[in-house]
Every structure is written in C-alpha cells, then in structure tokens.
Ligand binder design. Sequence first.
Ligand SMILES: [Zn+2]
Length: 77
Amino acid sequence: MTCKEIVELMTDYLDGFLSPSRRAKFEQHISGCDGCRAYLTQLKTARMLIGRTAAEPVPEPLKAELMNAFRYWKAAS
Ligand SMILES: [Zn+2]
C-alpha cells in the first residue's frame, strides 16, 4: 500500500471498519513508516481533542489540515 492509501484508510482503521487482511497490510505499513505513524498519532489526538466518538468521521477541514501536516512530515524526512 502507498502512504496515500494508508492515509485514506486511517479513519476506517480507527473505527474498526477494515477487513482483517487490509488491517494487516495497514499495520505492516504503519510499523515501517514514520510519516504514517506520526499521522496516525496526530489523527487519534485530533479526534480525542474534538471530542468525537469513534463512529463519527473526521470533518473535512480537519482532514485537509492533517493532510498538509502529513505532507510536511514527508518533505522533512
Ligand atoms: Zn507511509
């Protein structure tokens, strides 16, 4: 999976919507990719901060902001 695919799957991952095989691939990528791991941590924190339950999707503006942060990390690494 590419980083872009991973990012797109992150909310589903956090919500437990991934199939076992996709989840395994996702976790494999995360364990070897600092950028995606940082993004996942950020996403978890952001969701906690905005007080959303796991069932609710991340609002689009926040998602866009996180994508920008993610691009920055990738550029910096
Ligand atoms: Zn990645």
